[in-house]
Design a protein around this ligand. Structure first.
Ligand code: PRX
Length: 650
């Protein structure tokens, strides 16, 4: 068993939130209103009356026309708030500008080089309207797709909200992805318009994003216009007839724009995520249930109140940013911090100085970032006053108890509960998570959110306690993805075919005797590198697309900071030599094909790879070798000698 997992299984410390936190929490206030006395009672009652709970939550939002059915579950398909007329942007912006919230900051943005830009709700509303009118002027309307390839700048949420406002569907592509990845996603979505920037700051250097976008546009036949945000002021080529500067186009646009009346179930966005094949999956989310699910979870888990300063230090290119930097915080009307750059630039004190400077009260980051800060030492947070913090959060991968304790002590000063939220691109919202009233065990994501029925199952569908098994969800939740874009069969095959009417998450977990969940990692061929989901198949297909590679196998190698690192094994074609230069070229090739996050940390050339008699590569064997674990049963191997070859390569 890997060391981390072993530690997770043995962790027995319990941390209780202070009475002050419990008594003042949003969830406790709500429980008082409904005569619910304990956490267990809350979970029990909500589980038994799902409609009541979510109907209560949906009342906090404004509907153009009320829904008449809370939800309809015909596995594997669900609909929520049926027949309701709604637009998420009405709730995130329009309704706030009619109140005192209008002059409150929606975003405080800090660039890596130190520039600060602040937008009130009213400013944001106007910027969104202007850009929505620009989109309309190019004929973009309800149901049309828009690809967005932007760094962490304010135009990113503005563009997303502008799309949603007019009923268009956005498809955001993480700015760290390659030209090819952007092209593939734009083409799959058949986007009419694409949006990018000249460049952005990364560790003091300017990354020329426009050059990537140009490369992608060489074969993106559906894209009619490429909108370019001037941000880093680097030189770029503007393609006559296709490219338009963002600032030029919005100059003459009206700052009022009517919000499209949508059905609750109309599509809000597509977000591509890695699956077990080389082709990314287009996860599709909708307006109504997504708005209700994300805003409710943020309100209760991170306990956000009117005077909070919320910092979700993720990138909007991933689901965490979609749900918890853009939509949910705006629906709740809170102030969010948005940061352009890397956490340790120009030094490892950057995050802590920003917390002090802006008085951040609730801070949410990933275990990989926490482990990186652990490496730099507590001297960095100690230089800053972090007393404004009230709650902390973690997401993206299992947090090992050592990192949890470090975070709790050094950032939270032993008084800020840590919300370890388990969820996925597909789930849209936190599903297994503590609430601020819960006792915490370091390394456990605690229990399902009210109404959510999670379980750990054996292969034959038996509920397991104190044993690892498949993490599943037995009932639907409002912000569940509705399907995979253009691939409804894959939706069924991937998530709903192992157990009848039960959602298979793809994670392995253990439930302890107190009902606490301990998520251990993926059970499929998906890696989690620094909290990013990367498919082994995608990296392998990038490798074999190089002239020199005949076959490739990719596995995850445990890493103290990133959780996992990519370890690649390739068989070269005849005539190619395994030189250091070629290995470096191959690593770089993956970077160009997918993006820097997918670049293998290790790459070895081997004569052979372990295979079954039917020719399938046995990644399990390679994985065990890389991890220094026993290889187990290899009787089905067609070429046992390949295992010796691996020994030499590792
Ligand atoms: O393996 C789980 C891990 O991240 C996967 C989902 O990745 P993605 O769709 O990119 O979304 C990441 C942000 C929600 C899950 O299948 N994961 C996410 N949160 C946790 C986690 N693993 C353990 N603990 C978590 N809190």
């Amino acid at each position: 068993m890997p060391k981390d997992l072993d530690a997770l299984l043995r962790e027995e410390r319990v941390f209780e939130p202070s009475e002050e936190i419990v008594e003042n929490s949003n969830i406790k206030k709500w429980m008082r209103k409904h005569d619910i006395e304990s956490y267990d009672q809350l979970l029990e009652r909500s589980k038994n009356d799902v409609e009541w709970f979510w109907d209560e939550m949906a009342k906090d939002l404004e509907w153009f026309e009320p829904y008449n059915i809370v939800y309809k579950w015909k596995p594997p398909h669900v609909k929520w708030f049926l027949n309701g007329k709604f637009n998420i942007v009405h709730n995130a912006l329009d309704r706030h500008v009619k109140t005192a919230k209008k002059d409150k900051f929606a975003y405080i943005w800090e660039g890596e080089a130190g520039k600060v830009r602040k937008l009130t709700y009213h400013d944001l509303y106007r910027e969104v309207n202007k850009f929505a009118n620009a989109l309309k002027s190019w004929g973009v309307g309800k149901g049309d797709r828009v690809s967005i390839y932007l760094p962490m700048i304010l135009e990113l949420p503005i563009a997303m909200l502008a799309c949603a406002k007019i009923g268009a569907i956005h498809s955001v592509v993480f700015s760290g992805f390659s030209a090819k990845a952007f092209q593939e996603r734009s083409n799959d979505a058949e986007s009419k318009v694409a949006i990018t920037a000249d460049g952005f700051q990364r560790r003091g250097k300017i990354i020329n994003l426009k050059a990537n976008a140009d490369e992608a546009m060489k074969d993106a036949p559906t894209v009619e216009k490429l909108i370019v945000v001037k941000h880093a002021e680097n030189d770029v080529n503007m393609h006559e007839g296709r490219d338009i500067w963002w600032h030029e186009i919005i100059e003459n646009m009206d700052d009022e724009c009517e919000t499209e009346i949508m059905d609750s179930e109309d599509t809000l966005y597509i977000l591509y995520t890695s699956g077990t094949t080389g082709k990314p999956k287009g996860v599709l989310h909708i307006h109504g249930g997504y708005a209700v699910g994300t805003s409710t979870t943020l309100k209760f888990v991170f306990d956000l109140k009117d005077d909070d300063i919320w910092w979700c230090a993720a990138d909007i290119g991933w689901v965490t940013g979609h749900s918890y930097i853009v939509y949910a915080p705006l629906i709740l009307g809170v102030t969010s911090i948005m940061y352009e750059g890397t956490p340790d630039y120009p030094d490892p004190g950057r995050f802590w100085r920003m917390i002090e400077k802006y008085g951040v009260t609730v801070f949410y980051t990933a275990p990989t970032t926490i482990r990186m800060f652990m490496k730099f030492g507590e001297v960095w947070p100690q230089k800053c006053d972090l007393s404004s913090l009230r709650l902390l959060g973690s997401v993206g991968e299992p947090i090992n108890p050592e990192a949890w304790i470090w975070y709790y002590k050094n950032i939270g000063n032993d008084r800020c509960p840590i919300m370890d939220t388990w969820w996925q691109t597909e789930t849209g919202m936190f599903l297994i998570t503590p609430l601020p009233i819960a006792k915490l065990k370091p390394g456990s994501a605690v229990k399902p959110f009210p109404t959510v029925q999670a379980d750990v199952l054996s292969d034959d569908c038996k509920s397991l306690t104190e044993k690892g098994g498949h993490l599943v969800l037995k009932t639907p939740w409002p912000s569940m993805f509705r399907t995979l874009y253009k691939d409804p069969q894959r939706y069924i095959d991937t998530y709903w075919s192992m157990f009848e009417n039960i959602y298979l998450s793809g994670d392995v977990a253990r439930k302890d005797k107190d009902g606490y969940f301990w998520v251990q990692g993926r059970e499929d061929d998906v890696l989690n590198v620094a909290g990013h989901r990367i498919s082994t198949a995608e990296v392998e297909s990038a490798l074999v697309s190089h002239d020199s590679v005949a076959e490739a196998a990719v596995v995850g190698k445990p890493d103290a900071i990133k959780g996992e690192e990519i370890s690649a094994f390739v068989i070269l074609k005849q005539g190619f030599k395994a030189t250091d230069n070629l290995k470096a070229v191959l690593k770089k090739h993956v970077r160009t094909e997918i993006g820097p996050i997918a670049q293998p940390a290790y790459l070895s050339c081997v004569e052979d790879l372990p295979k079954t008699r039917s020719g399938k590569i046995m990644r399990r064997v390679i994985k065990a070798k890389v991890r220094g674990e026993p290889v187990g049963d290899i009787s089905t191997l067609a070429n046992p000698e390949a295992v010796d070859g691996l020994d030499k390569a590792i």
